[in-house]
Design a protein around this ligand. Structure first.
Ligand code: NAD
Length: 512
């Protein structure tokens, strides 16, 4: 179906209604949402104000006081039901993600799959949440640690993973015994409403089965950054997980530190790959193409810097340029499209500015131009840009949230490692090589300084089983798999004396 024949406002209305969202939640309000696919209005949402945000936090705090005493495996049952509801809703929610963010169909569905996967992970976790037993120097004593929930967890999310980020955080936060309050991006509130309705269905089933799920367990706030600020400033929110730009993290981080609250900051990336002389170039080509052009360059883990060894440069870069020239840009709902639109005109302007700067610094730009799509004059489609750069300039060191791949030739492995790490961000990285020494060095303490370091795959497309996050200006947070759950709990160390005397540690004597 051509773009002109699509009726996205009508389709969004049907999807939201079918998913259980009341019409007055997405019509007649002040927050206007447009689909990046054709630029047309698809929603007009009533917004919460600051007082409503404070009231939601109070409700969540009351819910926490009940929820914390529900046994963890029973809390896991609610998350299990949510996973089931997500499975049933996957085609519709995935479609809505594609319409609201402009992702191709398989990526919209993939985002929902990620939510399902993290629910599965959290359900297993709900029967663990284990602490250690620690050897003690005192006779007839036992020392152990216990993990307790924190309270209300604030979740601030970005536009590019409009629903998965909430799921990464809330599935863990809920099994850990916390309540959550979610402030989604003001660019993507419709998928948040849909997710909330799906969660409500799980809660209804849980309660019908005799489960305890207090009202106010997971409120949703619709509106702009001022609502995020309420979460950041509120004394009853001991942890804020904030995903978005480094500029946002720079404001949020110090405020949280100022009141000794915890932060999980998931901020901007400037991810790189190194292609060494021994790399399998066919595999490299595919890995680079997906990581750099997928999601129209709008993933935090998008490949942005490519360092290619001089000996393989001419064998790889012309092939890459060909792929950039032929990749299908257009309606993301159509089969065969690999690159959908940018989120808005601001993203397009930032991309063009970065390309102009690169040209002025001696870069050679392939692609990058706006692509006209029939029926989408108000949308921003671009051909992904591959830019051969003479050096890692200030423009390259900045994250531009658009499909630009900076390509830089290198000769020396140690020097390229230094260049790789010489940017302020530290999210994800990869190396394409068949050389054991290069591979191990890249993964070693002398290698990549990022939170994610891969071999023979690109830097994007993480699975939920690993801890996700990055260093330096990426913020240092970790969420999703491994032991990321510990960030949503507080640890108490307990010492128990089951004897009849009171020996003191370190041999201290205190007789009264
Ligand atoms: P953004 O920073 O513009 O907004 C993100 C969220 O923060 C929104 O909900 C916004 O309302 C809120 N916000 C903004 N300023 C705030 C403040 N002062 N106080 C409280 N809340 C505030 O980001 P975006 O354009 O939506 O997303 C793109 C950025 O997000 C990119 O930089 C990308 O790399 C990053 N990102 C990072 C990760 C990660 O896991 N590291 C994941 C996805 C996106």
């Amino acid at each position: 179906m051509t773009l002109a024949a699509l009726d996205l406002p009508h389709e969004v209305h049907s999807l939201l209604t079918a998913l259980g969202v009341a019409e007055d939640r997405f019509t007649g309000g002040t927050l206007v949402v447009r689909s990046p696919i054709d630029g047309r209005e698809i929603g007009r949402l009533p917004e919460d104000d600051v007082d409503a945000a404070k009231a939601a936090i109070a409700r969540a705090q009351a819910a926490f006081l009940v929820w914390r005493s529900v046994p963890a495996p029973k809390r896991g049952e609610l998350v299990r039901l949510f996973g089931e509801e997500l499975r049933a809703a996957k085609p519709m929610l995935g479609r809505l993600v594609s319409i609201e963010v402009g992702k191709i169909v398989s990526e919209g569905l993939g985002e929902v799959q990620e939510m399902i996967d993290v629910c599965d992970f959290a359900v297993g976790l709900s029967r663990q949440l284990y602490g250690l037993t620690i050897a003690t120097e005192r006779p007839d004593h036992r020392m152990m640690e216990t993990w307790h929930p924190l309270g209300v967890v604030g979740i601030i999310s970005a536009f590019n993973f409009p629903v998965a980020v909430w799921a990464w955080n809330s599935a863990l936060a809920l099994v850990c015994g916390n309540a959550t309050v979610w402030k989604p991006s003001e660019k993507t509130p419709l998928t948040a409403l849909a997710t909330r309705a799906i969660f409500d269905k799980a809660v209804a089933r849980y309660v019908a089965d005799g489960g305890t799920a207090p009202a106010g367990l997971a409120p949703l706030l619709i509106g702009g950054r001022e609502l995020g600020e309420v979460l950041v400033d509120h004394p009853k929110v001991p942890l804020v997980s904030a995903t978005g730009s480094t500029a946002m993290g720079r404001k949020v981080g110090p405020k949280l530190a100022g009141r000794f609250a915890r932060a999980i900051l998931e901020l901007g990336g400037n991810n790189a790959a190194i292609v060494t002389p021994s790399a399998d170039l066919d595999l490299t080509l595919r890995g680079v193409a997906f990581a750099a052009m997928g999601t129209a360059g709008q993933r935090c883990t998008t490949l942005r810097r490519l360092f290619v060894h001089a000996s393989v440069y001419d064998a790889l870069v012309p092939r890459l340029k060909k792929a950039y020239g032929s990749v299908r840009v257009g309606n993301p709902l159509e089969t065969g499209t690999l690159v959908g639109p940018l989120i808005d005109g601001g993203a397009h302007a930032a991309m063009q500015k970065a390309l102009d700067e690169a040209r002025a610094a001696g870069g050679t730009v392939t692609g990058g131009e706006r692509v006209a799509i029939d029926g989408a004059a108000e949308a921003f489609y671009v051909r992904p840009a591959l830019v051969e750069m003479p050096a890692q300039t200030a423009t390259v060191e900045r994250e531009t949230f658009a499909p630009i791949l900076w390509v830089i030739k290198y000769d020396d492995f140690d020097a390229v490692l230094e260049l790789h790490n010489a940017v302020p961000q530290g999210l994800s990285s990869s190396i394409f090589t068949n050389d054991l020494r290069e591979m191990e060095t890249f993964l070693s303490v002398r290698g990549s300084d990022c939170g994610i370091a891969n071999v023979n795959i690109g830097p994007s497309g993480a699975e939920i089983g690993g801890a996700f996050g990055g260093e330096k200006e990426t913020g240092g947070g970790r969420e999703s798999g491994s032991d990321a759950w510990k960030a949503y709990m507080r640890r108490a160390t307990n010492t128990i004396n089951y004897g009849r005397s009171l020996p003191l540690a370190q041999g201290v004597v205190f007789e009264v």
